[in-house]
Design a protein around this ligand. Sequence first.
Ligand SMILES: *Cc1c(COP(=O)(O)O)cnc(C)c1O
Ligand SMILES: [Zn+2]
Length: 424
Amino acid sequence: MSVDTAEQKKTLRDGAFGNATALACRECGHKIELGPHYACPECFGPLEVAYDFPTVTRAEIEAGPANIWRYKALLPVPADIEQSPNTEPGFTRLLEADNLARELGLTKLWVKDDSTNPTNSFKDRVVACALSAATELGAKVFACPSTGNLANAVAAAGARAGIKTVVFIPSNLEQPKQINSAIFTDNLIAVDGNYDDVNKLAQEIAAEEDGWAFVNVNVRPFYAEGSKTLGYEIAEQLGWRIPDQIVIPVASGSQLTKVDKAFQELIKLGLVEDKAYRIFGAQATGCNPVATAFKAGVDAIRPVKPDTIAKSLAIGNPADGIYVLDSTRRTGGAVEEVTDDEIRQAIVLLARTEGIFTETAGGTTVAVTKKLVETGQLDPTLETVLINTGHGLKTLDAISGLVSPRATIAPSYDAFEAAGLAQD
Ligand SMILES: *Cc1c(COP(=O)(O)O)cnc(C)c1O
Ligand SMILES: [Zn+2]
């Protein structure tokens, strides 16, 4: 969004971004004013929201609403954020997963189930923060390039906020994800290309058109902060405690790095005890640029052409890949990968052990957790959390051949018995 700087200063209201003070470059630390910017003017490094946090207490947070706005003091949103129409995502369940833990050989495991967000993926969190920034900046169009879930979240949030949405997706995307966007917007644009092509197109449009807020392009620093709420919630739901180990799926890598940032902030604010924790990233072998770099011990990410059923993780050139390497290496974690077959099996395993139907991204996370235990990279005696980021109803095709009715019978007891279903 090319907004004139002088004009923007005039129209921005006080406290538009809450306790955020600037955009800071992750590479060189250079700071610029808050606005629709995502690249450092000095070195082109990615910009990140910087804050001057007031004292925040557990009691204040606990008294807040049962959604991400309970953490509004720690987000780049105004104090009256609850007044503007939004999808009110977050504060999803943190489920003890004893059955899955037993199956995987872990002592203690929780599943953070983000499939229950308003559009059934964790993307509602980041979109809510991006929508706030877009609104404060006076954007006329709310847009995104997407691997599917982001488009669903943007289209729904825009409908509720009454702002025009335009969402761009790769044309080979799963049908359910297409419908889950088209139901909310007239402007679902299918692009003949992969996600990285769609993303490039979005960057061109953002540079050419006035008043377009692309959630994950020109307002990306604000969008990214939404992922911190996953980290805050997990800590609060564990009784204000950071878990020993956490397994997180990696597409662009933003979510993983922001959960790390959230844990660091909670420690600095004195909301949790300072402790060591290990962060693990999960990728599909069909799109494994970060896992490959991790294993090779190198700092550079070599882009790949994605070919996996885990389409929501299919970003071949991940913007935050190098920071995923930082977080996982710094904390003693790892980035692991699994095949499409392992992903399918893990979707069924989670469903049969915990009654949670996850999409392919969650299958990736469960399968990677299993592999990390088997290869001794994850300590089975330490408390572990894994994040389920999306709902299985969006990726039915992935497992359609794996599960089916056990029998089809006539509506009679004889038929029931003949099919061997009677209990003798
Ligand atoms: C987008 C997405 C991710 C990964 O998000 P990044 O922050 O880009 O790494 C994980 N799971 C699901 C279901 C997603 O839609
Ligand atoms: Zn810089």
